[in-house]
Design a protein around this ligand. Structure first.
Ligand code: S3P
Length: 166
């Protein structure tokens, strides 16, 4: 089985993905880390040196490679991965997608101390909330195509939802 966790920055894809993969006895893959390994640079460096367009191309390339591979895994995708170059269709055709639907105020408080998200280089909290809200509006049409949508993103709830689908 290939499980893809999708959702906005800060929705807990990496944290949940690790425990979910362990619980399902699957490999855990973080798409951002795969990009960083391939480029030998951090996401922030790629954005700064080569720009977001280049990052999106790399992201799509790696997503396609993993989606087409023989491997089974739980993948934490980057927040934008489903929203560029047909990412969501690729995800849905190759595996099971789970949208972690976390409200903006929760994302905002989780991301308050984060320094590794170039998209959130904003001046203060009000601007960050605005940015998160506009990302949410723009991305919901993609995320809402997920096979499973959860507001309760606890391990037990997500496991239950996955088992019901299997
Ligand atoms: C992005 C989310 C980040 C990372 C990059 C862009 C986005 O990943 O891919 O900074 O466009 O939402 P996380 O969702 O894991 O923070």
């Amino acid at each position: 089985m290939k499980v893809f966790l999708v959702g906005l920055l800060g929705s807990g894809k990496t944290t949940l993905g690790k425990v979910l993969a362990a619980e399902l006895d699957l490999l855990f893959v973080d798409l951002d880390w795969e990009i960083e390994k391939r480029e030998n640079k951090s996401v922030r460096e790629i954005f700064a040196q080569q720009g977001e367009d280049h990052f999106r191309k790399l992201e799509s390339e790696l997503l396609r490679e993993w989606a087409g591979s023989q491997k089974y895994f739980v993948m934490a995708t980057g927040g934008g991965a489903p929203c560029f170059f047909n990412g969501m269709d690729i995800i849905n055709e190759s595996g099971l997608s789970v949208f972690l639907d976390v409200p903006v105020d929760v994302l905002n408080s989780r991301l308050a101390a984060a320094t590794d998200r170039p998209l959130l280089d904003t001046n203060g909290q009000a601007e960050r909330i605005e940015k998160l809200e506009s990302l949410r509006v723009a991305r919901l049409p993609f995320y809402n195509k997920a096979h499973i949508i959860v507001q309760d993103t606890s391990l037990s709830n997500v496991l239950k939802a996955i088992k019901l689908r299997k």
